[in-house]
Structures are given as structure tokens and as C-alpha cells.
Design a protein around this ligand. Structure first.
Ligand SMILES: *[C@@H]1O[C@H](CO)[C@@H](O)[C@H](O)[C@H]1NC(C)=O
Ligand SMILES: *[C@@H]1O[C@H](CO)[C@@H](O)[C@H](O)[C@H]1NC(C)=O
Ligand SMILES: *[C@@H]1O[C@H](CO)[C@@H](O)[C@H](O)[C@H]1NC(C)=O
Ligand SMILES: *[C@@H]1O[C@H](CO)[C@@H](O)[C@H](O)[C@H]1NC(C)=O
Ligand SMILES: *[C@@H]1O[C@H](CO)[C@@H](O)[C@H](O)[C@H]1NC(C)=O
Length: 680
């Protein structure tokens, strides 16, 4: 409209100008130029949508979004989203409050529950990093959930993205007590109390006056480009997130591995958190978690506690709109151009007075000393044994489902990978009411490190050595007797127990079916290998998978089994059969049931099409066990009827009925095996 009007307007004057002089033509022209200039001013704002900087994804594991912690985390996440349209956020959590917050913040926030968590809900750092590495984002960033980030972060990453190297960038975060500005509703601008906009320079000034001490540690920001080179050599240990050391470990290993350029951008990235909150989170961490991380730091990689040393890292500075690298050791500044190789940087120029000033500031960053002090403390704590401070009663009340049912897995150290695959499978089926009974100290500590709810069987009856404790051995006989004693103890505490050996693969959750038999029935797997005929013949009871209801009849009957087993020279399996079904099967009722005459306990042998043992139907010889079993409607499949730990493990891993990555110590997740068809 405006333009058309101006044309009419100008043509009117043009006629007049023919008479009155050419100067009016000029006036008119200037007017048109003004109109078009105004129009071009409007354009860049619209074009911002198509801004083509790197795609950046921030990863964090927030706590529940409630109270003050929730408010701070919300502010932090909004501050990230407001930095650029190119920023996405992934929140690792299984908490409902995080899901609802994620929804309210829009499509750029994703909540990812499919990584490994401890049973208390603490995420595993190695699993978070693996998930980040699997992303297609140009730049991945790990950040604490309450760290507020300012806009110089984006310009720094844009700069780094243009470097011709793969890099890992770290930035220390500042600890302040008060931040008097508010984020506006768009999340893009910081405002004063009276609504005035505060620019980045003013914010940087404010932060630099508040504290002299940016700290590396739990709060540090770690970013890397999606490049060809790995971050570090070796394997990231299963550190617990937010319990110390994992960031230092990652950075130290990245430097030692020398794959990537490690950049310290503490000076060009402004970020901070409010410290009252931080202290609260420290109280929440448990000593065994810190101990666990310390121990892992020692066991894996070249990380050594006294040598956390960031002094070899190139520091990045911004000066007069240009970026500049400073080598802290050699007091040399580098001015790398874009698309130039690292080698050229070695032509260092000496520091100008202004840059010397920056060097002074750099020295005040206390990272090294602080970190070393912390690490030495960690080390002194190492010698405390790792224990979980929960009693059996505590664990049961935390873990049991609403019907007071617990799934009990019993394992010794030689079955640790089997145990983990079993646990990963249960997690995949979204079952959380399981508990692990540890037969030895090694598996007990291993389980704690893997975040499992574990209870140590006091007085393990024997020395459970690595390879020799399989079916038929004396060790095996003794170990299996632990299981019934443990089950009895839990039944007496008022909980129903599904005992499952860890070599039982679960296709589906069998509990609804097993529960349907009601009280005073012991529901057991049959070990019968003949396809036809009765399934409850003598000694065909498999005591590696049974469901027992917590009632007086079941408890009395199981007491008889435990007593019988204690006086027997065999494993507890025959004791189960001989006590409940009678020697030679004298208490058999029909082809799949027995009744123990003294207690009236009914023993029901499970249909083998639903609960096949390792010999039934030659299932383990099939190539595509997973599909065949799914078609048949199997709920579980027992990996028994095979001798030797290694053969058993091999058979299960090769069959694909396996949910755990032995190398990285992580559950296999859908985002890792989306290429495998039929994974469910
Ligand atoms: C943050 O600052 C407060 C007060 O200055 C201090 O008490 C606290 O220990 C600091 N936290 C860290 C992690 O340095
Ligand atoms: C840190 O490493 C550098 C070499 O990168 C070395 O010169 C320096 O002595 C080390 N500092 C400490 C405290 O170990
Ligand atoms: C508890 O039992 C009821 C009735 O059998 C069932 O409907 C419900 O799903 C069970 N709860 C759980 C968590 O399994
Ligand atoms: C356990 O086994 C080891 C070696 O096989 C042996 O030296 C040790 O005495 C055994 N301990 C017990 C309590 O049997
Ligand atoms: C167990 O073995 C011991 C010695 O080998 C023997 O004396 C005892 O009678 C056996 N007990 C049973 C119940 O078979």
C-alpha cells in the first residue's frame, strides 16, 4: 500500500516538476530510497530463522522439577533455548515431572529415559555420553542442569565449529550467590527489575566482579564437535553422574589420548550457577557413590589422581572481536585462521601487554590446585569398603510392586555379565521390582557399581570360584541352597517372591500369569525334556524359576525344603521335589501338579510352551530363537541343560537373547541397535 501510494504521489509531483524544476525529481527519488531502505531493514529479522550455524544439542540429567531446584533448572533450560533456534536440549530422566516440563518447553526439548540409571534414579555418565555420541548434532554439549549460560557460548561454539580439527572444549562455571536479572518471556533477553534490557557486555562485567574463581569440576561445560576422532582412548567407566570425577576423568583422558584439540574456553563462555543450590545437591550424594567413582577412576584408563593437570590445554580468549589461543605453559598466543591446520599455530607470536593481562587473569583460575586437592581427598576415601546402606527390609519396601511382589535374581561373580543382561532385560520390560542377592563380595561390589539394588547373602557357604561352579559340582550344590533360604526369609517378611536364575531370558513379564494361581500354590518350572507325557515326574522340578506366595502354607512347606536341603549331599533341587512331590513322585496329583500332604501346598508345574526349559523342543538349536519363541508365546526361556559357564554365555550372546554390552558396561538401548530388525 505504502509503495503504491508513493508511486502515485511521486507521479503527481513528477508532472508538476516538469514545470517547476528537476529538483523535485531528486526529492522524490530520495523518498523512494528511504522506503526501500526501510523495507530492507525489516528483512534480516525474518531471515534469522534460516541462520545456518552448527546444530547444537545440550545434554543434561536434571533432578525432579519441584520446588527451588525445579525453578532453577527451568530457568537454566530456558536460558539455553533462548540462545539460538539451533539449540536442542535432551534431558536424561525417568521422572514424571521432567516429562511434563519437557512438554511445556516445546519441541526442542526431548526427555530421554532410555539410558542406564541406578535403582535410586542416578543416571550413568558413560551411558549419557554414549547417547550424546550417537546423536547427529554438529556439536554436543554436556552441562549441569542448573547452569545458566549466556550468549557468548553460541559465538564461541560457532567459532570452534569452523576450526579444521576435531576438538573437545571445556569451560569452567562460576559460582555466584545472587543474580539480579530476569529472563524475559521469550527466554532471549535478560532484564533488570525495571524492565531494562541488559546486554552481554554488562552481564559479563557483572559476573567478573562477583567472583574470582571459575571452577573446573562437576559444573564444567564439556562440548565437542561431531567428528571422526573419538574423544579419548579406552572405555569410559560406569561413573555415576553428578557424583564427582567423571568430568575430570574425561578431560584428562582426552588430553592424554591426544586425538582431539582440547580447548579451555572458560574465558569466552559465561556461565554460572547459584551456590546455595549446589550445596544442597552435595548433601544428596552418598559416600558409596563417591567411593565408587573414585575406584573406577583408578581402575580404568590412565587417569591418576595426583596428575589431573590441565596446564597443557590451549586457552581460548576473545579480544576485540577476534579469538586467540594462549598456551599457558609457554606464554605464547596463537592466532589461528579458519581452515588452517594446527601445525601453523606453532608459529606463535609473543604476548602484547593486553594479552599479558589476560594471562594474569588466567593464572587466577584455580582449576589445577582445586582439582588436585579434591582428588587427593577422594583417594584417601578409597580404602573404605563399598557397601550399600540398605537393609533387606528397606530394599524390599523400596522395590516391591504394589502387590508386594519381588523378583529375586541370585548370582555369583562368575555370572556377572549374565546378571547384567538379565537386569537390562527386566529394565527394558519396565520392571523395577527386582532385587539381586549377591553370593560373594565381588559380585556385591560389582552390583553396587552398576547401580543395582543388591543384598549380600551373609555367610556364603563356600568359595565360589570363577569357572568351577556349574551344575553338578559341589560348589553348585552349596550355592543353590542359598537361594531357598533367601526366598524363605523374604516370604517371612511378607513379600511374594519370583525367584529367577539370571540365565533365564524374559520375553515378557510373566508376573500377571504367575500371580493368577493365587495363594498356597507354588508355581514352578518343569525340567522335563521329553516332549510328550507328564511334566511332574521325579526330579523334574526346576528350582531356578518359581513363584511363591507369601502365606503360612507356602512358608511352612518351604521351611521343610530348606531343612531337607541342609541335610542333603545334593543341590537343593532334589530337595524341592522330594519334599513337595514325595520321593518317586508319591504326592503327584495328575500330570502337572503335586500336593504336599502335611501343609496342603499345591505345586503347579508350568506349561513348557510358555515356560520352556533349555532342553524342551530343541529351542536352543534353532537359528532364530527370538522369533520362534515369540510365535510360540514363550514368556521366558531357561538357558539351562548346558554344561559350563563359557558355553552357556556364548550360546546366549550368539542367540541375540542378550541385552548388555560387556565392553562398555551398558544396557543395549534402542538408540544403539535400531539397525537390528526385530529388536523389541
Ligand atoms: C560457592 O561459593 C560459596 C560461597 O562463596 C562457597 O561456600 C561454596 O563452597 C562454593 N562452591 C563451590 C563448589 O566452590
Ligand atoms: C602438567 O603438565 C605439564 C606438561 O603438560 C608439566 O610441564 C607440568 O609440570 C605438569 N604440572 C604438574 C603439577 O604436574
Ligand atoms: C496387582 O494385582 C492386581 C490384581 O491381581 C493387578 O490387577 C495389578 O496389575 C497388580 N499390580 C502390579 C503392579 O502388578
Ligand atoms: C578358597 O579357595 C582358595 C583357592 O582355591 C583357597 O586358598 C582358600 O583357602 C579357600 N577359602 C575357603 C574359605 O575355603
Ligand atoms: C552325605 O555324605 C556323607 C559322607 O559322604 C554320608 O556319611 C552321609 O550319609 C550322606 N548323607 C546323605 C543324606 O546321603
Amino acid at each position: 500500500m505504502e509503495a503504491r501510494f508513493s508511486i502515485l504521489f511521486s507521479s503527481f509531483y513528477y508532472k508538476k516538476a516538469l514545470k517547476s524544476g528537476l529538483w523535485l525529481v531528486w526529492l522524490c527519488g530520495i523518498f523512494l530510497i528511504c522506503v526501500s531502505f526501510y523495507a530492507t531493514l525489516l528483512l534480516p529479522k525474518k531471515q534469522k530463522v534460516f541462520y545456518d550455524g552448527p546444530k547444537i544439542t545440550l545434554y543434561t540429567a536434571p533432578r525432579a522439577f519441584t520446588g527451588l531446584i525445579g525453578e532453577r533448572q527451568t530457568l537454566a533450560v530456558r536460558s539455553w533455548l533462548g540462545l539460538s533456534e539451533n539449540i536442542d536440549v535432551v534431558l536424561f530422566s525417568q521422572d514424571p515431572s521432567v516429562f511434563s516440563l519437557g512438554e511445556s518447553l516445546g519441541s526442542r526439548v526431548l526427555v530421554e529415559p532410555n539410558i542406564d540409571f541406578t535403582f535410586l534414579g542416578t543416571p550413568f555418565f558413560h551411558s549419557m555420553v554414549a547417547r550424546s555420541l550417537a546423536s547427529s548434532s554438529d556439536v554436543s554439549v554436556l552441562v549441569d542442569p542448573d547452569t545458566i549460560i549466556l550468549s557468548d557460548f553460541v559465538s564461541t561454539l560457532n567459532y570452534a565449529h569452523k576450526l579444521d580439527e576435531d576438538w573437545l572444549l571445556i569451560a569452567a562455571t562460576q559460582n555466584i550467590s545472587h543474580f539480579p536479572f530476569h529472563l524475559d518471556s521469550s527466554g532471549r533477553r535478560w532484564l533488570t527489575d525495571d524492565g531494562k534490557h541488559i546486554g552481554i557486555k554488562k552481564l559479563q562485567e557483572f559476573l567478573s566482579q562477583r567472583s574470582c574463581g571459575k571452577l573446573f569440576g562437576e559444573g564444567m561445560i564439556i562440548a565437542w564437535n561431531n567428528g571422526d576422532l573419538p574423544l579419548h582412548k579406552g572405555i569410559l567407566p560406569p561413573f555415576l553422574y553428578g557424583k564427582g570425577l567423571h568430568n575430570q576423568w574425561l578431560v584428562t583422558e582426552a588430553m592424554n589420548s591426544d586425538f582431539r584439540l582440547v580447548i579451555d574456553a572458560s574465558s569466552t563462555i559465561s556461565s554460572f550457577y547459584l551456590h546455595d543450590l549446589h550445596q544442597e545437591s552435595c548433601i544428596l550424594s552418598r559416600s558409596w557413590e563417591l567411593n565408587g567413582n573414585s575406584l573406577l577412576g583408578m581402575l580404568y584408563g590412565s587417569f591418576s589422581f595426583r596428575k589431573a593437570n590441565y596446564s597443557g590445554v590451549l586457552m581460548l580468549f576473545e579480544y576485540g572481536g577476534h579469538y586467540l589461543f594462549v598456551n599457558k605453559n609457554q606464554h605464547i598466543a596463537y592466532k589461528p585462521g579458519y581452515k588452517r591446520s594446527l601445525n601453523l599455530w606453532k608459529k606463535g607470536v609473543s604476548l602484547s601487554p593486553m594479552e599479558e593481562e589476560k594471562q594474569g587473569c588466567l593464572d587466577s583460575i584455580k582449576s589445577l590446585e582445586e582439582t588436585e586437592g579434591r582428588l587427593a581427598n577422594e583417594q584417601s576415601r578409597l580404602w573404605n569398603p563399598i557397601t550399600l546402606s540398605f537393609s533387606l527390609e528397606n530394599l524390599l519396601s523400596i522395590r516391591a510392586d504394589q502387590n508386594k511382589t519381588i523378583v529375586l535374581g541370585v548370582a555369583g561373580y562368575s555370572y556377572k555379565d549374565m546378571l547384567m543382561s538379565w537386569v537390562c532385560r527386566l529394565r527394558h520390560l519396565q520392571l523395577s521390582n527386582f532385587l539381586v542377592c549377591a553370593l560373594d563380595t565381588e559380585i556385591y561390589e560389582f552390583s553396587i557399581m552398576q547401580g543395582l539394588p543388591v543384598i549380600k547373602f551373609l555367610n556364603p557357604p563356600t568359595n565360589i570360584s570363577f569357572d568351577d561352579c556349574h551344575f553338578g559340582t559341589e560348589c553348585f550344590q552349596k550355592v543353590t541352597k542359598v537361594k531357598s533360604r533367601m526366598v524363605l526369609q523374604i516370604l517371612k517378611l511378607g513379600y511374594n517372591v519370583l525367584l529367577s536364575d539370571v540365565d533365564v531370558y524374559w520375553f515378557e513379564n510373566p508376573l500377571p500369569y504367575l500371580r493368577s494361581f493365587g495363594p498356597a500354590v507354588l508355581v514352578v518350572q518343569s525340567d522335563e525334556y521329553n516332549t510328550a507325557g507328564p511334566i511332574n515326574l521325579p526330579r523334574r522340578l526346576n528350582s531356578g524359576f518359581y513363584y511363591s506366595h507369601s502365606d503360612t502354607i507356602t512358608i511352612k512347606a518351604l521351611e521343610k525344603v530348606v531343612k531337607h536341603a541342609a541335610n542333603s549331599n545334593f543341590s537343593e533341587q532334589p530337595s524341592f521335589y522330594d519334599t513337595l512331590c514325595g520321593e518317586g513322585g508319591s504326592n503327584r496329583l495328575d500330570d502337572n501338579q503335586c500336593v504336599e500332604p502335611e501343609t496342603n501346598l499345591l505345586v503347579h508345574f508350568l506349561n513348557r510352551d510358555l515356560f520352556p526349559n533349555g532342553a524342551y523342543g530343541g529351542l536352543w538349536e534353532e537359528k532364530d530363537i527370538k522369533n520362534i519363541c515369540t510365535d510360540k508365546g514363550c514368556l521366558i526361556l531357561h538357558n539351562n541343560w548346558i554344561s559350563g559357564r563359557k558355553k552357556k554365555l556364548e550360546r546366549q550372546v550368539l542367540s541375540g537373547l542378550w541385552d548388555y554390552d560387556i565392553n562398555t558396561r551398558m544396557c543395549l538401548q534402542t538408540w544403539q541397535r535400531s539397525d537390528i530388525p526385530g529388536y523389541f
